[in-house]
Design a protein around this ligand. Sequence first.
Ligand code: NDP
Length: 324
Amino acid sequence: MTEAYCIRVHETGGPEVLKREPLELTDPGAGQVRVRVHAIGLNFIDTYNRSGLYPMPLPFIPGREMAGVVDAVGEGVNDWKPGDRVGFVGLRAYATHVTAPAGQLIALPDEVSFETAAAMLLKGLTAWMLLFEIRRASPGDTALVWAPVGGVGSLLVPWATSLGVKVIGVTSTEEKAALARKAGAAHVILRGAGDVAGQVRELTGGAGVDVAYDSVGKASADASLASLKPRGWWISFGNASGAVEPIAPGRFGQLGSLNVTRPSLFHFISDAASLARGTAALYGALRTGTISPLIEQTFPLEQAGEAHSLLESGRTTGTTLLLP
Ligand code: NDP
């Protein structure tokens, strides 16, 4: 068996602070399960934890999404047994082994590979949160989607389109624009061409969009707000370009009584019933072929730093996996 190891952060900073270290294997405690990890999904939040934008107590093992096989269970655990295939959205995923509360594990159907699960559990549940839990997407809606072919975007766009939502994507290159169209976007705007909101008004006959799914943050906030219909929704769910500057609430009134929310997935899957509801929706969308994760980059876990650099460069499409 390969030596058990993890990636640990002792001080926040650039990708170089991600250090490979031995992992001491301990038996799971009461109510806990230990999982032998097969694949880990890379998420932008991992870079925020590493850099300190979203602080974590130091030292810490980063990572929020993985899939693998149960290899030990603690006292009182009846729902899982060694050999079960599971996925996980939680903490400390950058490791060969993760010990987690039994209630946080997600059963993997036979047809869902470890790679697929690690590529889409956190990102797919985020798309589910955006489309069903915050504000139910309806046929005829128009939506602005930033980073439409990124990890979350490549699941959000086809899922939204399948619900009858007309998607306007905003991306950086012609290559990404072509992929967004292929995934279902009705129109794609290149953000480098300027005046995103003006182009949105043109494409919607002056009306604007019902909702802006905004994962870019600092660089996209103004354009999102200026693209909305009166009483539209600005769903600011990420900071790929940096944290959004403070905005006075009065501005949302002036722009048309806008609805504004800054959701975090972890508040939407914090109990077993919500996690089960989200997972059922996600597996349903996967089974019907509505969504399928695009695994475009794969790195050995010990090269997590290189993977972070590439994700932060904005050049990736789809999902990046780390393999222990
Ligand atoms: P992505 O794969 O979407 O990568 C980020 C993308 O953002 C880039 O590929 C790029 O796409 C775009 N981008 C725009 N400006 C920049 C910039 N200055 N630097 C880097 N990228 C930029 O990442 P993920 O799918 O992992 O995450 C997407 C976003 O969703 C993140 O902000 C993440 O934090 C957020 N998120 C939030 C959750 C929540 O609960 N609130 C849960 C999961 C994710 P393009 O070239 O198309 O512009």
